[in-house]
Design a protein around this ligand. Structure first.
Ligand code: PEP
Ligand code: MG
Length: 373
């Protein structure tokens, strides 16, 4: 229907018999349900739907904001560390405000914040007209800026300079983000008294030494901020398992990671060897020819990708028996994948706010079907 004026709407909420039913589901399930949220508004919605924490806060979404993108671009095209730090100094208060809003919305619930993940060129203008505008705005020479943008071009950006590879090249990015996470946590803890334990997540790790390198940056800054504020704040540093090599070497990775979150979007992409952005163009032919029955980006491929998840969970526990395990790929909101996560012993699934009720029910059904202790 098309209406000629604004009509009265209500917020989505869980009430009545549906609420009673969901409470029964909650009484049964062992698997926790978190949400993927990057804004206080999404976080509040998810809590209303029953989310028990944030399993993935993608910090890059905060960088795309119209007010911030100039500082982000300035950081990216910087020629020197000093210039980059100047741009990062502009971003720090904004990131801190983001996290303050999220912690306030989540109160005592756990929040996992992931360090910057996408390739940097995603933030830059691509056509000449926009590059020209940016050059003017930043008082740079057009040709020079264009050359910088071109130098950031990658043939295969999803397998390129992204994730933990960014702070290996530019540690100051992880420094700024860690500072924002810890300062925000201290601020909200002091003002509201919530028991906040930030979980800092390092993405796209494939080798324990690169995790160790980035973790060292995170821990150094976190300890410095905590000492300066003179407050007792516990925090965790963990990683995503989203590259097959990380899954294969999860026993090594667990020496440095206090938690694993399975990024099954990338793990599916890299295990199948096809891009999640392009596979839609040919998967239909695979269904028609009965090679695949379903989209592995929607429903976890338990035979292949699932084998890596199960193996990594076991290897992680061998090294660190109390390691905390979750999933934050799209599969975290899919019922059959949730049952799989329950069966391989993950502690939680994390999905988009509107899928939280489905995940709560699927987790209870998995419990009834499989009777996990
Ligand atoms: C993933 O890879 O599963 C994930 C959650 O990260 P992103 O989708 O942001 O790459
Ligand atoms: Mg990923």
């Amino acid at each position: 229907n098309v209406y000629g004026q604004a009509i009265k709407t209500t917020e989505n909420e869980i009430g009545g018999h549906f609420k009673a039913f969901m409470v029964w589901a909650d009484e049964i399930r062992k698997l926790k349900v978190r949400t993927n949220a990057d804004t206080p508004r999404d976080a509040e919605h998810a809590v209303k739907f029953g989310a028990e924490g944030i399993g993935l806060c993608r910090t890059e979404h905060m960088f795309f904001d119209e007010e911030r993108i100039p500082a982000v671009r300035e950081m990216i095209v910087s020629k020197t560390e000093l210039q980059r730090r100047k741009a990062l100094d502009k971003l720090l208060p904004m990131q801190r405000e983001d996290f303050i809003g999220i912690y306030e919305a989540m109160e005592d619930r756990p929040v996992t914040i992931r360090l910057l993940d996408p390739p940097l060129h995603e933030f830059l203008p691509q056509v000449d007209e926009d590059i020209r505008d940016l050059a003017e705005e930043m008082e740079l020479n057009f040709e020079e800026l264009k050359a910088t943008v071109e130098s950031l071009h990658e043939f295969n950006p999803m397998m390129g300079h992204r994730g933990c590879r960014l702070p290996v090249s530019y540690p100051e990015i992880a420094e700024m983000q860690t500072r924002a996470v810890i300062e925000a946590a201290i601020d909200v803890k002091k003002r509201k008294g919530y028991n906040i334990v930030p979980e800092i997540m390092i993405p796209l790790v494939g080798e324990v030494k690169e995790l160790k390198f980035v973790k060292n940056i995170v821990v150094t800054i976190a300890e410095e901020v905590i000492a300066k504020e003179g407050i007792d704040l516990k925090y965790l540093v963990g990683t995503m398992i989203e590259i097959p090599r990380a899954a294969l070497t999860a026993d090594e990775i667990a020496k440095e990671a206090e938690f694993f979150s399975f990024g099954t979007n990338d793990l599916t992409q890299m295990t199948f060897g096809f891009s999640r952005d392009d596979a839609g163009k040919f998967l239909e032919d695979y269904y028609n020819n009965k090679i695949y029955q379903f989209d592995p980006f929607q429903k976890l491929d338990q035979v292949g990708v699932g084998k890596l998840v199960k193996m990594a969970a076991e290897l992680g526990k061998q090294t660190r028996p109390d390691i905390h395990l979750g999933i934050c790929g799209e599969h975290g909101g899919d019922p059959s994948s949730i049952e799989f996560c329950h069966n391989v012993g993950l502690d939680y699934v994390s999905c988009s706010p509107f899928r939280v009720p489905v995940a709560r029910l699927a987790a209870a059904q998995a419990q009834v079907k499989n009777c996990r202790k």
